[in-house]
Write a protein that binds this ligand. Structure first.
Ligand SMILES: N=C(N)NCCCC(=O)O
Ligand SMILES: [Zn+2]
Ligand SMILES: [Zn+2]
Length: 323
């Protein structure tokens, strides 16, 4: 799509029942139907990096299915994201489930291709391993990025069974590789047992600040969003959302659930409070539909991706208007 063409939006659900036809994210066109997109929604069906329950390889398609009910106007951000920018579903990145190193390379190369077209990425995981190649690719384009990491877990551990690329280690690797702006790194929603106190010391040394799920509950979403926004400033920002940042009551369908998490309302409200940040790409990971009930988790994930997409679409529209 050239910059002055009207974006092609979702299928009209008042004419074609929303449960009909194959699922794309939010019933949007496929990327090959529109040529190029401002925001490409892509799935990464990969879960060979998990340490407990597998199944996140099915997460992307579960989120697409649950996203059939999304509507085109987002009142919380007073925006119609799919009219402001061309958002399209780029399908899945096909990765080797038997070879983690190769999968990481494939994801990085595919992300390079998509970012190279000028698109921002809204990636649907997959387990959290995939954040590392996505961050490498985003940093190649923007330089080291600020990171907001929503998760029950730190994911800054070193290795599991000697493996460097797992879903518990992507952000330590990213810091080691110098692809993160270490003056603006935050975990949000952290809780639950650790291996030892050293986990926290190591994490702090890497530059991370921690907002626990209890902090969110005590201080409220608005205050937390204000604090995060201040820390991020106008740096290019990547947001990585592990759906297990939510309480298992709000996201049972995930591989490493921890009690005492945020509500989906808190997560969505914090994201809306970050709407003015320079969001360059984002992911939602760790949706494992086999443990889900009534699509609770994939509905929460689809709304999370919708808020993130709205933030990106608004900024794209602003940038185009300023040209
Ligand atoms: N990234 C997620 N979801 N979990 C990491 C858990 C690592 C562990 O088993 O200690
Ligand atoms: Zn997690
Ligand atoms: Zn994680």
């Amino acid at each position: 799509m050239s910059s002055n063409e009207t974006p092609r939006g979702p299928v009209d659900s008042s004419r074609i029942p929303r449960y009909a036809g194959p699922a794309t994210f939010a019933r949007l066109p496929r990327l090959d139907e529109v040529g190029t997109a401002d925001v490409a929604v892509v799935g990464v069906p990969f879960d060979s990096g998990v340490s407990y329950r597998p199944g996140a390889r099915f997460g992307g398609n579960a989120i697409r299915e649950a996203s059939r009910l999304l509507r085109p106007y987002n009142p919380a951000q007073d925006a119609s994201p799919f009219a402001l920018a061309q958002v399209a579903d780029g399908g899945d990145i096909a990765v080797n489930p038997f070879h983690i190193d190769e999968a990481v390379e494939t994801i990085e190369a595919a992300a390079d291709d998509l970012l190279g077209t000028g698109a921002r990425l809204m990636t649907l995981g997959g387990d959290h391993t995939i954040a590392l190649p996505l961050l490498r690719s985003v940093a190649r384009k923007h330089g080291p990025v600020a990171l907001l990491h929503f998760d029950a877990h730190l994911d800054t551990w070193d290795t599991y069974f000697g493996a460097e690329y797992t879903h518990g280690t992507p952000f330590r690797r990213a810091v080691e590789e110098g692809i993160l702006d270490t003056s603006a790194l935050s975990h949000v929603g952290t809780r639950g047992p650790l291996y030892g106190k050293q986990d926290l010391t190591d994490d702090e040394k890497m530059g991370f600040g921690i907002v626990t799920s209890a902090d969110v509950y005590r201080r409220g979403a608005d205050e937390i969003a204000d604090q995060l926004r201040e820390r991020i400033g106008d740096r290019p920002l990547y947001i990585s959302i592990d759906i297990d940042c939510l309480d298992p009551a709000h996201a049972p369908g995930t591989g490493t659930p921890e009690a005492g998490g945020m509500t989906s309302r808190e997560l969505l409200e914090i994201l809306r409070g970050l709407a003015s940040c320079r969001l360059v790409s984002a992911d939602v990971v760790e949706v494992a539909p086999a443990y889900d009930h009534a699509e609770i988790t994939s509905v929460a994930a689809s709304h999370t991706a919708y808020e993130l997409t709205t933030i990106m679409a608004r900024q794209i529209a602003e940038e185009k208007a300023a040209k």
